[in-house]
Write a protein that binds this ligand. Structure first.
Ligand code: ITT
Length: 192
């Protein structure tokens, strides 16, 4: 099966290529048209993932996958959550992570990454979403250059290093993205 990932984030495409089974070939939607940037008006990861998939699929009239994801910090009521990318827009991730360190002073550091993976086929109108999470905590210091976004300050449960150090070899096994897309691919494998 050939699918296009409706994203403007090249790191998501790279990670999906690690995760995808042989029977799925994933290319970025930017192969077909540029500037994919629909307004994310949903209030959950699933809603925003569906917006991206349906907007992208209807535009290119081909099978599309979408990923809406983010970091949720439990003591900050799930912040930055669905706003993970838009929070402090225009600033570097180092600045964003340092701002979060300040917010967390004296607070519990438990956090999780969530990812909503969506499949949309505009020819059949079939729409399927699956959410995955990885639980862990926010580190005391920023460490590592692997991955992207908030990876350098997130330590997954069962490990003592950040995703920024652990990199794709670990992310492809346990990340929110791996869990979401593996769940979605298991469903697709049964019905397609
Ligand atoms: P698209 O909407 O075009 O897919 P985006 O990067 O804006 O790209 P999201 O709206 O889903 O995507 O925001 C996800 C943000 O959450 C992302 O930019 C990172 O800041 C963070 N994030 C998601 N997954 C992550 C991961 O695996 N590692 C680190 N940060 C992640």
């Amino acid at each position: 099966m050939k699918a296009f990932l409706a994203t403007s984030n090249k790191h998501k495409v790279e990670e999906l290529n690690y995760i995808s089974p042989n029977w799925i070939e994933v290319s970025p939607i930017s192969d077909l048209f540029n500037e994919f940037n629909p307004e994310e008006t949903g209030s959950t990861f699933i809603e925003n993932s569906v917006i991206k998939a349906v907007t992208g699929g209807n535009k290119i009239k081909k099978i599309v996958l979408a990923d809406d994801s983010g970091l949720c910090i439990e003591s900050l009521d799930g912040f930055p959550g669905i706003k993970s990318s838009r929070f402090m827009e225009g600033r570097t991730y180092e600045e964003k992570m340092k701002a979060i360190f300040k917010m967390l002073e004296g607070k519990d550091r438990k956090a999780y990454f969530a990812c909503a993976a969506t499949y949309y086929n505009p020819m059949t109108n079939q729409l399927i979403s699956y959410e995955g999470r990885v639980y862990g905590k926010i580190s005391e210091v920023i460490r590592g250059h692997e991955g992207f976004g908030y990876d350098p300050f997130f330590i997954p449960d069962g490990y003592s290093e950040t995703f920024g150090i652990l990199g794709n070899n670990v992310k492809k096994e346990i990340s929110h993205r791996a869990r979401a897309f593996n769940g979605l691919f298991n469903i697709l494998n049964k019905i397609i």
